[in-house]
Ligand binder design. Structure first.
Ligand SMILES: CCCCCCCCCCCC/C=C/CC(=O)SCCNC(=O)CCNC(=O)[C@H](O)C(C)(C)COP(=O)(O)OP(=O)(O)OC[C@H]1O[C@@H](n2cnc3c(N)ncnc32)[C@H](O)[C@@H]1OP(=O)(O)O
Length: 280
């Protein structure tokens, strides 16, 4: 308690204010001097995206909008893992109602993040496979700490990335590079990601990443907010609309694939292999 008060006091002095008071799996703070919000994923051990985490991310994005944030930095409190992607346990032996809600929340979160009015920057301070990479791809600018990996590795797991995952990558690195990366399920090192344009900057650590992220958002200070946000909407509209118009089909396709006995068997093996690796 004393530590909490001390931290809150220190944050207040530096102009940092806590939002999302009820959130447990994310923290949302805003710098009152710059208006920039920071959304940190904090679901141990690896920020895997389950229904509850997605719900809190989605609510935080709305809160940042309601608070008239000038920009948003998306990062992780775990220096080592940005996000392990979708929580495999949501898809293994699923309860039908919950898994429907899970996928619908993932769609909603992506749609929201993809078209925020405010500028978004991912400070990728750890590994970022699959759904973790999707979150980063949905931001406008990506800054990555060295010595980690990022990519849409679904094919390596025997899974297919849905069309909107693919479109998110194509919009950043183009058709040719996406085709190569996605069919191989390639996980890029930080250096490789920079060379292919998947990330924009390499930094030594999260602190440097945050400074660079603030500098990126600051570039828009003199650009009228509405003009900027409408331009972003129009640039991204085609990609978003292709999911918005097909949300039900997309959900049904996911349910059909995920409930196949052979998919369940593969998921079971994969979970076991992750656990075996973790106990080594
Ligand atoms: C196999 C698939 C079969 C086909 C099924 C078809 C289903 C169709 C679905 C269609 C949708 C497709 C979209 C999918 C997008 C995704 O995001 S899928 C998720 C892909 N993610 C991964 O493959 C990441 C796996 N994790 C890792 O590589 C590593 O954990 C890490 C590099 C992120 C971090 O490494 P490290 O820090 O060394 O931690 P670990 O010791 O590996 O893990 C600690 C702990 O966390 C558990 N865990 C890791 N990842 C996940 C996860 N994604 N979901 C749930 N749990 C995860 C891991 O098991 C350990 O747990 P325990 O401590 O042992 O309990």
């Amino acid at each position: 308690m004393a530590l909490l008060c001390f931290q809150s006091l220190r944050m207040l002095r530096s102009g940092i204010r806590c939002m999302s008071q009820n959130a447990q799996l994310v923290s949302l703070t805003v710098n009152d001097k710059t208006g920039v919000a920071t959304l940190s994923l904090q679901r141990p051990p690896v920020n895997s995206l389950n229904l509850e985490l997605l719900t809190e991310i989605s609510s935080a994005l709305t809160e940042a909008t309601d608070n008239n944030s000038r920009g948003l930095i998306l990062t992780s409190t775990n220096d080592g893992v940005f996000s392990a992607g979708l929580d495999i346990l949501e898809m293994y032996k699923p309860n039908l109602d919950r898994v429907k809600e899970f996928w619908t929340k993932l769609q909603e979160t992506w749609i929201k993040l993809y078209q925020t009015a405010y500028p978004t920057v991912a400070v990728i301070n750890g590994h970022s496979p699959a759904g973790g990479c999707l979150l980063a791809l949905s931001c406008e600018h990506r800054i990555m700490v060295k010595n980690f990996t990022i990519g849409l590795n679904e094919t390596r797991l025997g899974i297919v990335a849905p069309p909107w995952f693919i479109a998110s990558m194509v919009n950043v690195i183009g058709q040719r590079q996406s085709e190569r990366a996605l069919t191989l399920g390639h996980m890029f090192t930080t250096e490789e990601a920079k060379n292919v344009g998947l990330i924009d900057e390499i930094v030594q650590n999260k602190a440097e990443g945050t400074t660079q992220a603030e500098a990126f958002i600051q570039k828009f200070a003199k650009i009228p907010f509405q003009a900027r946000s409408l331009t972003k909407t129009w640039l991204r509209n085609k990609t978003v609309e292709s999911l918005v118009k097909n949300r039900e089909d997309d959900l049904n396709m996911f349910l059909q694939v995920v409930t196949q006995p052979n998919a369940q068997e593969s998921l079971g093996h994969y979970i076991q292999s992750l656990k075996n690796k973790a106990t080594k």
